[in-house]
Design a protein around this ligand. Structure first.
Ligand SMILES: NC(=O)c1ccc[n+]([C@@H]2O[C@H](COP(=O)([O-])OP(=O)(O)OC[C@H]3O[C@@H](n4cnc5c(N)ncnc54)[C@H](OP(=O)(O)O)[C@@H]3O)[C@@H](O)[C@H]2O)c1
Length: 277
């Protein structure tokens, strides 16, 4: 598996990251620190997770050199105006105790508010100022991507979308790929509805002598999707990072992708209608 992906702006991300929602408080600090100590180098937080302070504390506690880490945060819908997006980014850095973010995303497009292109313009400027190394989006459709590219000439480096076996996002993965955008997968296991018992997953796990979770994460890697699994458990954190000792066959990959279904989305999070402020 690739150790890292090189993004369209020349920066790199590891092939698997660590999701931090809803980790918080002392237990959250311990879970994120344990993930970093166990080898995760990409950490995903957001203003709306309310845990940037804990993530910053975990980073300091783990003691890994800053330049080895890739820290992601996200601008919430209520901060989409240009000045709000700039202020939001400064506030995230303050809470994290960092002087730059490696990747900063627009969390949701919120098209009824209609200001995501303003937030994108702010991100372009924040990157030029060095406060953010790479910029991207989350939950963007093809139309949302086209609009920010048309207005600024700058293509996002990453589009973080819901992606798991019940919702394999065949079309959006192709849309991202055509534009040179890396697809990141949120809820990569499928959260509470993870298909661990589906024969396509469980039988592949049996054949390869790994866990169903490892099969799902390996499926992401084979697709070129960058998963950010969350686990509060050190043993699962370790397993989720350890997927390079086996490979799925093309048929195994196809059988897992075939689990996709029209109602496979987790919580009705359609980017055209879902509003997250
Ligand atoms: N951009 C967005 O709009 C958006 C939306 C949602 C999420 N996210 C990001 O994506 C990250 C991951 O998504 P998620 O947390 O919703 O879902 P997920 O990573 O698919 O699933 C997390 C759940 O799976 C369990 N789990 C993890 N590894 C496991 C394993 N190997 N075996 C069995 N169970 C396992 C965890 O339990 P334990 O903790 O008990 O191990 C947890 O309950 C979030 O933390 C967040 O950073 C982004």
């Amino acid at each position: 598996m690739p150790d890292t992906y090189t993004l369209n702006d020349g920066t790199t991300l590891p092939a698997i990251g660590f999701g931090t929602y809803p980790l918080s408080g002392d237990e959250g600090i311990a879970a994120v620190a344990s993930a970093i100590e166990g080898g995760y180098r990409l950490i995903d937080t957001a203003v709306n997770y309310g845990n940037e302070e804990e993530v910053g504390e975990a980073i300091r506690r783990a003691g890994v050199p800053r330049e080895e880490l890739r820290v992601t945060s996200k601008i919430p819908g209520r901060h989409h105006g240009y000045d709000d997006a700039v202020a939001s980014t400064h506030a995230s850095l303050e809470r994290l105790g960092l002087d730059y973010l490696d990747l900063h995303l627009i969390h949701w497009p919120n098209p009824s508010v209609g200001k995501y292109a303003e937030a994108w313009r702010a991100l372009v400027d924040l990157r030029a100022q060095g406060l953010v190394r790479s910029i991207g989006v989350s939950n963007f459709t093809e139309a949302h991507l086209d609009r920010v590219v048309e207005e600024t000439g700058v293509t996002p480096s990453v589009n973080q979308i819901e992606l798991h076996p019940y919702f394999p996002q065949v079309d959006m993965r192709a849309v991202n790929e055509r534009r040179g955008i890396r697809t990141e997968a949120w809820s990569p296991m499928g959260k509470r509805q993870a298909p661990f018992a589906e024969p396509a997953v469980a039988e592949a796990a049996e054949r390869h002598g790994v866990t169903p979770g490892q099969v799902i994460l390996r499926w992401h890697v084979e697709l070129g999707s960058l998963p950010i699994p969350k686990s509060a458990t050190p043993e699962r954190q370790r397993q989720n990072l350890d997927v390079d000792g086996f490979a799925l066959t093309d048929d195994e990959v196809a059988a897992i992708t075939a689990l996709g279904r029209p109602d496979g989305r987790l919580f009705g999070g359609d980017p055209d209608t879902h509003e997250e402020m």
